[in-house]
Design a protein around this ligand. Structure first.
Ligand code: FAD
Length: 466
């Protein structure tokens, strides 16, 4: 495969800009077309999650492109969840019993800008803004664009096209509408949407609440979360049903009702948010959904990557991390099969899809965990036990959360299967009155391991039967 090959990338978001950088480093000619203006010059953050939880899988990709240190300087470590109950009491539940394992809050804009800057240092990478892709001819490997400023339309061709244009991907629509091959596609919305709010910094620029945690106000069927920003503010996100329950997005239509809702459900948060009403009515309410599809590629011509291939709900904090990990997996496949795009695309999808399907399902599970289970005593007992096991036996035990978030050496699917089996084993122990879950941690660890293996074996047998 000649390195002079032209690769066209649609979308210069988090995945597209990282992919452009990596392919630029590998020596390909890369052109990226982004529909929005250059975020380094224009403030376009409104309506998108302003900050994100960045963790090991994302960091693995930063190591690949040599940006680990630069990204670190943008990060605020979050060691655990700070749970706020209805009475304003708080308690911290750490993400791991190992001190070196934590997640980070990072600004989407700063991270995207860094990736764009780094990609542009390569002469063989060109990024064009305000160019919206309208459709892709995947048989001819061409894409139709419209320039937002001049309104002119133009067609670009390339040796391959990779669409990293997010959850509403144009290439995916072209696959679907083209009806040239069997294309499976599902999109499932949650009945909940989200709205971004904020806690502003103190006047001296400090943080109004503890900065090194992810704050959660779980309320059973809805929740509020807050992640810190480097300027001392927090981005607060309300996850709430559109139309169910006493308070929902459809009936929070007046200032009085919004204040009544926050006074009743989140009084301690309200005290930190004098700007609540303004934020609430200025910021959009957006839906949350899961997209699964296959195949991701058409022959050796076109490929979907990142959210375009597998958009997930944000509750595991893994959408961006998974999209970054896509680039690492793609890079490994290129190492093995460079020279034959069709094989590269097929092998990439074969390797990757089982893992992105798994994280999609885990993210839905975590939606229920965050808004509800974290406030449940049995769940809290389970987390305490897991923390103790991780602390005492750091090389022998990792909770499901740790396997998914901190163990970048195994895929999401393996993390899911093992993590779910462990969860079942621990919950069985905690709810079985005949089993004493106290005292000797080594005995408990052995029991958890034994039960986990038995559950995994049952799963394997059930899988073989189906
Ligand atoms: P995007 O970031 O959506 O980028 C797509 C790019 O393509 C955009 O720049 C867009 O303008 C451009 N584009 C779209 N259509 C076209 C077109 N037709 N022509 C040209 N350009 C186009 N992930 C985490 O890992 N941790 C988190 O904590 C987290 N929190 C989240 C919170 C919320 C509320 C949401 C909604 C998501 C969250 N995510 C999180 C997920 C994360 O945002 C996505 O997984 C990630 O942005 C995917 O990157 P991407 O590049 O594939 O898509």
């Amino acid at each position: 495969m000649s390195k002079q090959q032209n690769i066209l990338i649609i979308g210069a978001g988090l995945c597209g800009s990282l992919l452009a950088l990596r392919l630029g480093q590998r020596g390909f000619n890369v052109s990226v077309y982004e529909m929005r203006p250059d975020l380094r010059k224009v403030d376009i953050s409104a309506g998108r999650s302003i900050n994100l939880a960045f963790s090991n899988r994302g960091n693995k990709a930063m190591k690949l492109v040599g940006l680990e240190d630069k990204v670190k300087s943008l990060c605020i470590p979050m060691h655990g969840r700070m749970i706020h109950d209805e009475h304003g009491n708080t308690f911290q539940s750490n993400y791991s019993g190992r001190d070196h394992e934590y997640i980070n809050s990072i600004s989407r804009g700063d991270l995207n800008a860094l990736l764009l800057n780094e990609a542009e240092t390569h002469k063989n990478v060109n990024i064009y803004f305000n160019k919206k892709c309208k459709s892709v001819n995947f048989e001819k490997t061409t894409a139709l664009f419209q320039d937002y400023e001049t309104k002119d339309e133009f067609v670009e061709d390339a040796d391959i096209i990779i669409a990293t244009d997010g959850a509403g991907s144009t290439l995916r629509k072209s696959y679907y509408l083209g009806k040239k091959f069997l294309f499976s596609f599902s999109q499932e919305y949650l009945t909940h949407g989200y709205k971004e709010l904020s806690i502003l910094p103190k006047e001296n620029g400090g943080f109004k609440v503890h900065k090194n945690v992810l704050h959660i106000w779980p309320r059973g069927s809805f929740m509020l979360i807050a992640l810190p920003n480097l300027d001392g503010s927090f981005t607060v996100t309300l996850f709430l049903s559109y139309d169910e329950g006493e308070y929902n997005f459809n009936n929070l239509t007046t200032e009085e009702r919004v204040l009544e809702f926050f006074r009743k459900e989140f009084p301690d948060a309200l005290a930190l948010m004098p700007n609540l009403v303004e934020d609430f009515f200025e910021n959009p309410t957006a839906p949350l959904g899961t997209v699964k599809c296959s195949p991701w590629h058409y022959k050796g011509n076109t490929l979907l990557m990142g959210d375009a291939a597998h958009a997930i709900v944000p509750f595991y904090g893994q959408g961006m991390n998974a999209s970054f990990e896509d680039v690492v997996v793609f890079d490994n496949v290129l190492d093995q099969h460079e020279g034959n795009w069709e094989t590269v695309f097929r092998e990439y999808e074969k390797t990757r899809k089982i893992d992105t399907d798994a994280i999609a399902d885990l993210a839905i599970d975590n939606f229920h965990e965050m808004k509800d289970h974290v406030a449940n005593p049995i769940f809290q007992e389970k987390r305490k036990l897991e923390m103790a096991l991780e602390k005492e036996f750091p090389d022998e035990y990792s909770s499901k959360y740790s396997l998914v978030t901190f163990n970048e050496n195994i895929g999401y699917r393996e993390a899911m299967l093992k993590g779910r089996a462990q969860d079942k084993a621990i919950l069985n122990m905690l709810t079985d009155k005949d089993i004493e879950v106290k005292g000797d941690l080594k005995r408990i660890l052995d029991k958890v391991k034994q039960e986990t293996e038995a559950i995994l074996e049952d799963d394997r047998i059930a899988g073989l039967k189906h």
